[in-house]
Design a protein around this ligand. Structure first.
Ligand code: FE2
Length: 258
């Protein structure tokens, strides 16, 4: 099986790049399942039902999220329903939505880290232990989108789950890392996939807005950046048993101006 995991999609430029790039990529690479992080896909922060449907129409099969999932509250009914849209598994009990979903035979888990990001979530390592325990007969293919800031925490999760899941792919920093590898137990791991967002930006946001924030400390509103769009993803290839046998970066770029 070939599973394409797409990094954080940033606003309209990101969605447009998915529309332009994903269909041909799926055909060319023979992709079976597409998972994308969509927590920044509506106006650069949060996710709405319309935006989720738009991403599905371009060929995305499941949408994961992270710390910005509550930024557009209209997503709540979708999170509570059957749609393959998930919020982090390790949010506190009684929080709306679900932490995992199943698409085309792949269990997709959204999980959030704690280091330098949000220490109010439950321990992500133990949350995965509990989930894998609860599943009794876990599906063969399990992909974990680990939405976290620290590369160390993300590599740690890869090693922790090695041999127990198909892949642990990092998101959130919007900067792709070059450590994609298959660990000895058959788990594909990468610290961060990167983003689908404008290149003339600071991690997807308008560079002037971000610079102003750094220079003044005032939390001004950040618009989405401009320019051509970078498309970062990783392709995980598995055997029939759900073990990863390969992971490679698939990075593209659109020429279109955002
Ligand atoms: Fe995030």
């Amino acid at each position: 099986m070939k599973i394409l995991c797409i990094g954080d999609i940033i606003g309209k430029p990101g969605r447009r790049a998915v529309m332009e790039i994903l269909p041909a990529l799926k055909l060319g690479l023979g992709v079976d399942v597409v998972i994308a992080n969509g927590e920044n896909s509506a106006g650069g922060i949060g996710l709405t039902p319309d935006v989720a449907e738009e991403l599905f129409s371009y060929g995305v099969d499941a949408i994961t999220s992270g710390n910005h999932i509550w930024s557009q509250m209209e997503i709540l009914p979708m999170l509570e329903g059957d749609a393959p849209v998930v919020r982090p598994l390790n949010f506190p009990p009684d929080v709306p939505g679900k932490g995992y979903t199943s698409v085309k035979g792949v269990l997709v888990v959204s999980l959030m880290g704690r280091t330098f990001i949000n220490n109010l979530v439950d321990c992500p390592f133990r949350a995965m232990d509990r989930l894998l325990d609860e599943l009794k007969t876990p599906p063969k293919h399990i992909i974990v989108d680990f939405h976290a800031e620290a590369t160390s925490e993300k590599q740690a999760m890869g090693w922790y789950l090695d041999g127990r899941v198909t892949g642990v792919v990092g998101t959130h920093t919007h900067v792709g890392t070059v450590d994609a590898r298959v660990l000895p137990g058959g788990t594909a791991s990468v610290s961060d996939i990167g983003m689908v967002g404008p290149w003339e930006s600071i991690i997807g946001d308008n560079k002037d807005d971000v610079l102003k924030r750094f220079l003044t400390g005032i939390p001004n509103r950040l618009a989405v950046g401009k320019g051509r769009v970078t498309f970062n993803s990783v392709l995980i290839t598995t055997d029939a048993g759900g073990r990863a046998i390969g992971i490679e970066r698939v990075d593209r770029e659109t020429a279109a101006l955002a």
